[in-house]
Design a protein around this ligand. Sequence first.
Ligand code: FE2
Ligand code: FE2
Length: 177
Amino acid sequence: MIHDLDSFMRRHEHLTGDLGMDTLHEEFHVLLQTLRAASSEQAADALLALITHTRDHFAHEDTQMIEGGYPIRDCHIQEHAEVLASLVEVHERLCQGDHRALPRLVHALEDWFPGHVQHLDSALAQWLVQRRHKAQPIMLRRHAATLGVARDMPISPQAAQTQSSCAHEVPLLAPRL
Ligand SMILES: [Fe+2]
Ligand SMILES: [Fe+2]
């Protein structure tokens, strides 16, 4: 039973059709919210937990792209590396007592994550499902009207546009911090 409409909507918006990736994304979101809510004393540990998870998350996707010969992997892998570098940089600053970059990092991650999932990760998930099952993932669309929300919950991110998915802005978080 869903008690939280935001989490209900988010769960559907972030689905790629690949269970492993979807689980990692849900965990990423939870760790990011934990970081957002962390006190000054808790922030470094919360960010370290996010870094540890993100390292595994990105390595999981990078490995699948490299080992499978995914044709548009370079921009995706590069984006992972840049985001991870930003996380590590801000963690180093936190450990030195400098908390100024943390709020901007949290905002930047919250802005970046949905687009990354909808463009790059969903394209990868479609490609993986095609390879595994020689079929397209079936993405159901549900309407939130019954919950009083006047918008669709777009489960399918139109990830078939794999060639153009590299064109969306790469979040160079580190230089902006
Ligand atoms: Fe991902
Ligand atoms: Fe990714």
